[in-house]
Ligand binder design. Structure first.
Ligand SMILES: [Fe+2]
Length: 178
């Protein structure tokens, strides 16, 4: 016997009739606000993606007495970068917008530039420090846009990344002070 037959009054949905039939709307930001937030996230995504590939390359190509330290450290870095990249792209999709996805798009937009893998270990670390400075700049830009539009979800996510990157910058700087 169904619940209806049992006389139990069960609502099919908590939505009223109009809401149940309406096309889902985006969260409470205007189209212009969403464009600004996701443009900033896409610029961060492009820079982070180029940085990620450099980490992979440095992990594979580092040589010399720093090999065991840096080979392992670069792997830790790119594993973290991959998680951040994933969350940034998904955040753009949460807003219903398109994220940059081709390597050409990343390279066209990214301020972080590719390098040859034929660098000595000191130059690899200096490249990382330079990349961190650029990443933090784009993260701060994203935080400013999100703060302006009261997007605390993206803001808190990116602030967490700033904290981590600043720690990496300190550690690699200390490594260079030998
Ligand atoms: Fe590996």
């Amino acid at each position: 016997m169904s619940k209806k037959e049992q006389g139990v009054n069960v609502a099919a949905t908590q939505l009223d009739n109009k809401m149940a039939k309406a096309k889902p709307v985006k969260m409470g930001w205007s189209t212009q606000q969403i464009k600004e937030i996701t443009k900033s996230l896409n610029a961060l995504l492009a820079n982070y993606s180029v940085h990620y590939q450099k980490l992979r390359s440095f992990h594979w190509n580092v040589k010399g007495s720093d090999f065991f330290d840096l080979h392992e450290k670069f792997e830790l870095q790119y594993t973290e970068a991959l998680l951040h990249i994933d969350a940034i792209a998904e955040r753009i999709r949460i807003f219903g917008e398109a994220h940059l996805s081709s390597l050409k798009q990343y390279l066209d937009v990214s301020e972080i530039k590719e390098t040859t893998p034929e660098l000595n270990s000191d130059l690899m670390v200096r490249e990382m420090l330079s990349d961190y400075t650029i990443l933090i700049k784009y993260m701060e830009d994203t935080v400013a846009v999100c703060s302006k539009h009261a997007d605390s979800g993206t803001e808190s996510m990116v602030k967490g990344y700033i904290n981590k990157i600043e720690t990496h910058h300190w550690m690699f700087s200390a490594f260079m002070a030998r």
